[in-house]
Write a protein that binds this ligand. Sequence first.
Ligand code: ATP
Ligand code: MG
Length: 419
Amino acid sequence: MAKTIQAIRGMNDILPTQSAAWQYVESVLRDVAAAYTYQEIRMPVLESTDLFKRSIGEVTDIVEKEMYTFDDRNGDSLTLRPEGTASCVRAGNEHGLLFNQTQRLWYLGPMFRHERPQKGRYRQFNQFGLEAFGMEGPDIDAEVILFSARLWQAFGISEQVELQLNSLASNEARANYRDALREFLRAHEAQLDEDSKRRLDTNVLRVLDSKSPETQAVLANAPKLSDYWDDASRAHFDGLCKRLDAAGVRYTLNERLVRGLDYYNRTVFEWVTTELGAQGTVCAGGRYDGLVEQLGGKATPAVGFAMGMERLVLLLEAQDKIPAQQPVDVYVIALNDDAELIAPAVAENLRSQVTGLKVQLHSGSQNMKKKLAKADKSGADYAVIVRESDFEIKYLRDREQTDRIAQTATDVATIVSGH
Ligand code: ATP
Ligand code: MG
């Protein structure tokens, strides 16, 4: 027998039994996006490598060790997108969507990072993201956060997620803080973990989210970013908090929240859960006012977030929040060879006349017992047995179980009898 070929490690199939959950999640996301007047944008999954190097930053985990980068047949360096924001800004610049305009955009699709696969962490995963361009006030920061809060409400998991907020302030304020933090950490270098030692020179802010208890102990006495906030960033953050307060959204200030991508400034936030083990961040985002210009466009303020779809689906499954789906409503069976000729027409008639009715037509000539067993296994509420000149409705579940069954059965009876 030929050797079977397996999927690439960390890249998952979404099987038929799982796809209903995904479709449910996606439909809620689309509906909420429409309610906030965000429009969908679809970008390619391949971009030139420079796009991510210039936006995410050369000394970030993603660019240093997680990207799928290769030379194509022309020798150009391409990268499978590790995230959506850079592509979205690239597309916005390229098509003139950003300068002097406001845009509210969303996207949904696969992202690629070469990480160690584990629960909630994969090499191909999906993100739903929002990006709002051209608005500089804290009102739009509040809007994207309220959008995310509404999602949790719609999914019934508001109690399972917590909002953490911070401000990275202006580039200048952050640079001053970086110097102060570096100086402080140098004095305690011996107690730091290896990664953090390395980051002292390259990306000292990332030391703040080190998982090492020793490093965290050192950080307890480190200078605070909020002591370096510039006045405008402080006012912006204050404006955001007031709007969240007024809208009844709870949050905690997390001074160690810095995010792993270089392009953020001012507001950063994460929605975290304790229900998923180590991979607890379901949604993360913030403001990136410098990125559009950095990628060659005219300066345009921007804010957005990205949500990990796999983590959301895992959380919904763990909380039993995926609504059950009726796979089949009606199973159509022919009584004999002659009836088999008209059974497809009966099924067509049902599909034409009852919007949304899920009709499965039996395929193959088996005996009636086997056909009914299949009908039952399909999950259908009832079978329609087509005879040459009439039909029979056979209830497979408790007839009075739901109004829906009673209603569609009545519809079906009317339709089939008129056939
Ligand atoms: P983490 O700290 O978990 O590595 P991150 O900071 O790298 O996350 P972002 O780049 O902010 O993640 O991506 C936004 C969201 O996308 C994350 O909060 C998470 O829900 C999801 N995500 C990121 N990387 C992965 C992955 N490898 N597999 C599944 N989901 C992911
Ligand atoms: Mg990561």
